[in-house]
Each structure stands twice: as C-alpha cells, then as structure tokens.
Design a binder for this molecule. Structure first.
Ligand SMILES: [Zn+2]
Length: 87
C-alpha cells in the first residue's frame, strides 16, 4: 500500500509540475519562440511535459460491457426475468 501511495503522489507531483511547465512555456504565435526560454518553440521542456501528460492519459480505463460478454453467453445479473425459476 505504501508503494501505491508513493506512486500516486509521484504521479500527482509530476502532473502538477508538467502543468506548470505547460502554463509557462508557451510558444508565442508572434515570434514562434517559447515565452519562457526564448528558444524556438515548442521548447524541450514543453515537449517533456506533453510526454508526461500523454503517458498519464494512456492509463487503462474500464468500460463496462466493452468486452461484449454477451457473445460468450454471459447474462446481466440484474435482468428482470431471472433464470432462477421464480414466477
Ligand atoms: Zn520553454
């Protein structure tokens, strides 16, 4: 559990740091340069922050029913007409 907490805190810290970088390292549409570094944007700091965000967004999300359980004969537990022989 300690490891999980540690991971979550680390991920949170990475994300807020990445957000901070994205907020500051903005490529100026006028000059094409990063407004923080002054280098031609997007600068490498911003690129790194974008990578952190894209990693986070790739975390698996569960969608109920997306595996199509009905195709292998699975039934919903809450079906109104149950197969237990009532009624
Ligand atoms: Zn920058």
């Amino acid at each position: 559990m300690t490891a999980t907490t540690y991971y979550a805190e680390t991920a949170d810290r990475q994300l807020s740091e990445a957000q901070r970088i994205l907020d500051r390292h903005i490529t100026s549409s006028a000059t094409g340069r990063c407004m923080e570094c002054g280098t031609l944007g997007p600068c490498h700091k911003r690129e790194n922050a974008v990578v952190i965000f894209s990693r986070t967004l790739r975390l698996p999300r569960r969608q109920p029913g997306v595996t199509r359980p009905e195709l292998v004969g699975a039934r919903r537990v809450c079906e109104p007409e149950s197969s237990y022989g009532f009624g």
